[in-house]
Design a protein. Structure first.
Length: 123
């Protein structure tokens, strides 16, 4: 059996399903979600926190419904450390720390890939 490609869904991927301001982006995202079963998708606790801060209650509810379909990855010490290194080395601006967490979660998933990525970024 072929292993499914692991994909990390940050908040912008989920919100794109409901964004009428950019029809092409919305259409591409809808097409991706039609094929989502071909992948092994996951979200993180950061994704959930950002969805909870969505001001529009209707949109927030729709996004929560989509997010509830996927396993949640939690921050580990390794992932937090990697995110902080992204900021420390100016790969991600300090005021975008949550984005650094998204990148670190996607890169490290459960933390198993963190060390090899650190070695690639900072030999």
């Amino acid at each position: 059996m072929k292993r499914k490609l692991k994909v990390y869904l940050d908040t912008s991927v989920i919100s794109a399903l409901f964004d009428g301001r950019n029809p092409e982006r919305k259409s591409l995202t809808e097409s991706f979600f039609k094929e989502i079963e071909s992948f092994a998708p996951s979200i993180s606790e950061i994704t959930i926190a950002e969805i909870e801060r969505t001001p529009d209650p209707t949109l927030r509810s729709k996004m929560k419904e989509v997010a509830s379909r996927f396993p949640v990855l939690f921050l580990t010490d390794n992932i937090e450390g990697l995110a902080n290194e992204y900021v420390r080395y100016d790969a991600v601006p300090e005021n975008y720390l949550e984005d650094a967490y998204h990148i670190a979660v996607a890169a490290g998933k459960d933390g198993s890939g963190v060390e090899s990525i650190r070695e690639l970024c900072y030999p």
